[in-house]
Every structure is written in structure tokens, then in C-alpha cells.
Ligand binder design. Structure first.
Ligand code: IMP
Ligand code: MG
Length: 179
């Protein structure tokens, strides 16, 4: 394991198993609906790709980007849209795909702006959830893993753009960000 990591929190095997369970649920729920999955860049790229490859129903895939924390490990509550969709979502069944829900600020902002565009439905799927840190009331329909209040990286998740490409979810050593 890489030196900056404390331990593996979610292993490759756990990721693969849970993603296939989530894909089966989505297969049933969205059969015949041609859902539009919106991955939130960059943290959810691997999760979005693996989840959608595991589906057996047809669907479409788009991406959006919002501002990140930079060198902070906590959100300051402000969210900025960096990259918008290039397609309309009116009448579509939309599923937002996120890497992790922390305060909930990012997703409650995104859900609010997407709802104004009149989709047929809108739900949220997240790989990880840190419910202890929630600051806003947010409904998250599909959750991969509920995790404790620790800063995690890997499988798309970063600290200041590092560690995204490691293929498991790790707890980052505190000394890395408490300098
Ligand atoms: P929220 O707006 O506070 O819910 O934050 C959501 C975003 O913060 C996620 O999309 C991640 O980019 C980032 N984030 C929150 N917790 C972590 C973490 O433990 N590791 C890496 N990124 C995180
Ligand atoms: Mg993110």
C-alpha cells in the first residue's frame, strides 16, 4: 500500500460486489426508461464507468463539474458550476452519480438547479456517504457504503488532485493534510 495511506477502507472486491448489487437495483427500477446518468467530475469517473458498465439496460451518460475544495478537507458551503450539461433534461429520468456525500452542499445545489429544468424524475446515487457530517437535508436514494468521518482518497477521490487513480478507497494519513 502507498505510504500516505493509513489503511484500506473499501477494497477492490467490496467495490465490485456492491457495484453489481447497485446495478441490479437500477436495472429493475429504470427498465424501459432510458435513464440519463450524470457523473460529477472528477471524483465519480471510475464509479460512474464501473456502475454503468454493470447495467444491462440501455442508458445515457453525461458529466458535470462543480468547484472543489482545493487544499481544504472540508466544504465552505459555496458551490460553483464549472461545467454544465450540453443536453436538455426535460422529461428525462435523471440519476446524479457522486463519489461521496459529506455536508450535502454540492448535491443539494446541483439537485436544485437540475430540478428547474423539469426532468421526469431525479435521484442521487453515491458511492460513499458520511452521514455524520451532513449540514443540509438531502435525500440520497442509493448509497454504496456508509463510512465514518475520515478523509478518504482513491477510486476517483482526491486530496488536492492527488491519489485519484489508486484502485481502492483508503483513509489518508492525517499528517498528509495537517501540515
Ligand atoms: P459536500 O458538498 O460537503 O457534500 O462535499 C462533497 C464533495 O466533497 C465530494 O464530491 C468530494 O469531492 C469532496 N469530499 C468530501 N469528503 C471527501 C473525502 O473524504 N475525500 C475526498 N473528497 C471528499
Ligand atoms: Mg468531488
Amino acid at each position: 500500500m502507498y505510504k500516505d495511506f493509513e489503511k484500506v477502507l473499501v477494497s477492490k472486491e467490496q467495490l465490485a460486489k456492491r457495484i453489481s448489487e447497485l446495478a441490479s437495483e437500477l436495472d429493475k427500477e429504470y427498465n424501459g426508461k432510458n435513464p440519463l446518468f450524470i457523473g460529477i467530475l472528477k471524483g465519480s469517473v471510475f464509479f460512474t464507468a464501473d456502475l454503468l458498465k454493470a447495467l444491462t439496460i440501455p442508458c445515457q451518460m453525461e458529466f458535470m463539474a462543480v468547484s472543489s475544495y482545493g487544499k481544504e478537507t472540508k466544504s465552505n458551503g459555496e458551490v460553483k458550476l464549472i461545467k454544465d450539461l450540453s443536453v436538455p433534461i426535460e422529461g428525462r429520468h435523471v440519476i446524479i452519480v457522486e463519489d461521496i456525500v459529506d455536508s450535502g452542499n454540492t448535491l443539494s445545489y446541483l439537485k436544485r438547479i437540475l430540478l428547474q429544468r423539469n426532468p421526469a424524475s431525479i435521484k442521487i446515487i453515491t458511492l460513499l456517504d458520511k452521514p455524520d457530517r451532513r449540514k443540509v437535508d438531502l435525500k440520497v436514494e442509493y448509497i454504496g457504503f456508509t463510512i465514518p468521518d475520515e478523509f478518504v482518497v482513491g477510486y476517483g477521490l482526491d486530496y488536492d488532485e492527488d491519489y485519484r487513480t489508486f484502485d481502492e478507497v483508503y483513509i489518508l494519513k492525517r499528517e498528509v493534510y495537517e501540515k
